[in-house]
Design a protein around this ligand. Sequence first.
Ligand SMILES: O=C(O)[C@H](O)[C@@H](O)[C@H](O)[C@H](O)COP(=O)(O)O
Length: 241
Amino acid sequence: MSPPVSKIVRKVVENEEEVIRELGALIEKLSNEYINERGRFNIGLSGGSMIKFVCSGLPSIKTTWEKWSLFFCDERHVSFTDDDSTYRLYREGLVGNTPLTEEQFVIINPDLDVAAAAKDYEEKLRGSFPDSEWPSFDLLLLGMGPDGHTASLFPGHELLEEKSIWIAAISDSPKPPPCRVTMTFPVINNAKCCVFAMAGQGKADMVKRILGDGEALPSGMVKPVRGELIWILDKAAASKL
Ligand SMILES: O=C(O)[C@H](O)[C@@H](O)[C@H](O)[C@H](O)COP(=O)(O)O
C-alpha cells in the first residue's frame, strides 16, 4: 500500500503579525512534543522572509532550548559575514534574543567550493542522523519564491529529480546568489512536518497556482510521505484561493 498522502492543512490568518504568532505557536508545540518524546528537536530553516517570521516569533515561546539542533533547508554559499548568509541572519536574530547558542546550528563550510560544501554538509547531517537511509527532520520551515521554488529547488531544474543524495549543490540559482546548497526532495518529503509560512498580496498568484490549481511547481512537490504539510497564510496571500 502506498504511504498515506499527507493532508494539507491550511491556516489562513488576518495578517503577517498573525502568521508570525501562528508559526511560533506551532514551533513551540512541536518542539515540546518531540523533546518530551525523544529528548531532541531537529528543525530545518529557510532564508528569505522566514528569517523575520522566526526571529520575531521565537523569543516568546516556551521550550527546552538546549535540546534544539538547527539545520538549513538551503543555504547560500557565501561567507558568514556576507549580507546574503542565511546563517548569519539567524545567528544575529536568535543568539542573544533566545537561549540558543551558535553551537546548536549545524552550518555549512563556506570555505569549500560549493560541490564540496554540499558533500560536507551531507556528512554533517549523517552525523546527526546516523544509520538513517534518509534523515527525518521533526520540522522543516519552507518559503515559496515568486516562481514557486522552495529551498533552492527551482522550476525546471534537474535537482527536482535528484533522488540519491541528501544535500545538493547548485551554482545556477535564478535567485541570487547563484551558488547554494539545498536539501533534496527525498529529505524534505521524509520530514515529520513541513510548514510553509507567507504573507502579502505578492504571494497570492503563486498560492492560487499551487494550492488552488495544483500546479506541480517545486513548492507543490512538498508532500511529506508520512508527515504533515501545513500552509500558514495571511488573508492577502490566500486572497485568490
Ligand atoms: O535562502 C533562500 O533564498 C530561501 O530559502 C528561499 O527558498 C526562500 O525561502 C524563498 O525564496 C522565499 O523567500 P521570500 O519568503 O523572501 O519570498
